[in-house]
Design a protein around this ligand. Structure first.
Ligand SMILES: [Mn+2]
Length: 326
């Protein structure tokens, strides 16, 4: 298993720090929105890859190179947008970056109702309270049904998966966060473990798989160990987000990694047992005292703490022994 990290920027200094705390992989994107002009250029990708590799790290995952809403909502113009997105995908593959993490949440993306919820020591965490979204007005997209989103996803996969196969890129779909449907009139479809099986079965391919966002699966109330085994067992778990929280999909707070409802040791054990060897990164973390909370969930010190905790868990699992399912 490889520990990846999202950095505030791909600078020499941040790359050094990533190595110093024991990360091996970088999860990042390029500037600009995918599926729109300009397409991500091959040379731009290569120079960024070189910058990361020259610092002793590996660029394993592109996240989030989102298909734009015109694709997710199936609006006129989606064919052109898919063509552009696939051009970027080809360049990503040609540049040797193996995994692309994307989601199917149009308009709202990941959603919280607070970025200032107090957790341990008054660190600032993100939280979601569905009761606060009950009166949310419709967005510009109006009402969007689940059927429409399944149709648009299938349409997209039929175009993108063959390109991904040719380009040698694994497409890893991320769950809806929170996994509730609808919110503000917009349905969500990746809200339970079986929905991921449906995506996998829609277009069976070694390049069509999932991002196992442990936080979202926990919000779903899923049996994490069973689901890790289920998807890793099919070789469809390409990338993992390691996250802890307290509560349910309707009302939860994102906690420090060692302070939530999930037994993180058992979760880590499950990845090992399933033979997962891909990249795993700490997901949302609280902002600590003394650092800005301008990118909620992505503050730096909280992530450093999470990486140290993950390395501790990995050492514990490795030394404690585990039964490999391989
Ligand atoms: Mn996630």
């Amino acid at each position: 298993m490889r520990i990846g990290i999202v950095l505030p920027d791909i600078t020499e200094g941040y790359l050094k720090v990533a190595r110093q705390i024991g990360c091996t992989d970088i999860v990042t994107t390029l500037k600009g929105e995918a599926g729109k002009l300009p397409v991500w250029g091959y040379r731009e990708l290569i120079t960024q890859r070189s910058r990361i590799e020259n610092a002793g790290l590996k660029w394993t995952v592109v996240e989030s190179q989102q298909p734009p809403d015109v694709i997710k909502l199936g609006l006129p113009g989606r064919d052109e947008a898919i063509d552009l997105w696939c051009q970027s995908l080809r360049n990503i593959g040609a540049a040797g970056i193996p995994i692309m993490c994307y989601n199917w949440m149009p308009v709202l993306s990941w959603l919280r109702t607070s970025f200032t919820t107090r957790v341990r020591g008054d660190a600032l965490a993100t939280s979601y309270d569905h009761s606060l979204m009950k009166n949310a007005p419709l967005t510009w997209a109006g009402t969007v049904s689940e059927e429409r989103l399944w149709e648009s996803l299938e349409y997209f996969l039929k175009a993108a998966v063959p390109v991904a196969e040719e380009a040698g890129v694994q497409l890893a779909i991320h769950p809806d966060d929170p996994p509730l449907s609808p919110i503000a009139g917009i349905s969500r479809i990746l809200t339970n473990p079986d929905a991921f099986q449906r995506v996998i079965d829609l277009l069976p391919s070694p390049n069509n798989g999932i991002t196992f966002c442990q936080g979202c699966f926990a919000e779903m109330g899923a049996d994490l160990e069973a689901e890790i085994a289920r998807f890793a067992g099919q070789k469809k778990l390409f990338f993992a987000h390691f996250r802890n929280l307290r509560g349910t999909a309707e009302h939860f707070t994102e906690m420090f990694h060692d302070d939530g409802d999930t037994d993180m040791y058992r979760a880590m054990q499950a990845y090992y047992r399933a033979g997962f060897e891909g990249p795993i990164r700490p997901d949302h973390v609280p902002a600590l005292e003394g650092e800005p909370n301008d990118r909620p969930g992505y503050s730096l010190w909280g992530r450093f703490f999470a990486v140290g905790y993950m390395r501790g868990l990995m050492e514990a699992v490795e030394k404690g022994g585990f039964q490999s399912g391989r």
